[in-house]
Design a protein around this ligand. Structure first.
Ligand SMILES: [Zn+2]
Length: 245
């Protein structure tokens, strides 16, 4: 079998490696710092949020589908393989509607309630499932999140906590920033006396790439403590004992 490249037509000549490399070197910096994409939409951080309309969403899926066809072509995957035929569209929909949905959707509607009984102890929501992808490799981060707070004037329903957590998780993330984003949001929303966000997750970019010792190293625990949980060691101990990490 020959490995030689046979361009089908004259206008379809594959660029030699040096030329691609040269183009990256010449245009590289401009590409990194540009503010808008080729369609005029503003670019923003991977774990940021700019809600989009249904029409924009449909257009985004179509555009992505075209690009993923190119990706398959570059990887020399034939789409006449029945398992690959619709893969570009599947990946496009999965990214926009599932894995990255937190970038493009409004925050979940929330109601906070007055803290009528003057609850002055830890309220802990544990075992909130998290599915995210890492910003560096776009491979899954899967784990659980614990959110705890001592109410100030407000309390919130447990199911709402998990919806907020996942609104932030469903973006390309790094776990450290995910915890801070969640904490910032609840701090602003509830103005609690104490707040803790603990995430324990498995990073598949370690496992999938076969990084040495990845079975243990792939599990990362991050904790964010605010207010009384930051200031009072005894409260922090109580919290850690309660969630038994
Ligand atoms: Zn990674």
């Amino acid at each position: 079998m020959s490995n030689s490249i046979v361009p089908k037509q004259d206008n379809h000549i594959i660029k030699p490696e040096v030329e691609i490399q040269k183009s990256i070197e010449e245009n590289g910096d401009l590409e990194i710092y540009k503010k808008y994409n080729e369609f005029g939409y503003e670019l923003f951080d991977a774990n940021g949020n700019h809600p989009i309309s249904d029409d924009e969403r449909k257009m985004m899926i179509l555009q992505l589908e075209q690009k993923f066809k190119e990706v398959l072509d570059i990887l020399r995957i034939s789409r006449s393989d029945p398992n690959a035929t619709d893969t570009p569209r599947r990946i496009a929909k999965m990214l926009v509607n599932e894995l990255l949905v937190g970038r493009f959707s409004k925050p979940p509607a929330l109601t906070v309630f007055p803290n009528r009984k003057k609850v002055n102890n830890l309220v802990i929501s544990q075992g909130i499932e998290i599915m995210s992808i890492c910003s560096h490799h776009w491979l899954p981060i899967s784990g659980t999140c614990t959110v705890a707070y001592i109410p100030g004037d407000y309390v919130i329903g447990l199911s709402k906590i998990s919806r907020i957590v996942n609104w932030f998780a469903r973006r390309p993330q790094i776990q450290e920033e995910l915890g801070e984003q969640i904490a910032d949001y609840f701090e602003e929303l509830l103005k609690p006396q104490a707040l803790g966000v603990v995430i324990k997750a498995r990073h598949y970019c370690m496992i999938a790439r076969g990084v040495r010792g990845s079975e243990e190293q792939s599990i990362m625990t991050t904790s964010v403590m605010r207010g009384l949980l930051m200031e009072e060691q005894s409260l922090r101990n109580e919290f850690v004992n309660l969630i038994q990490l």
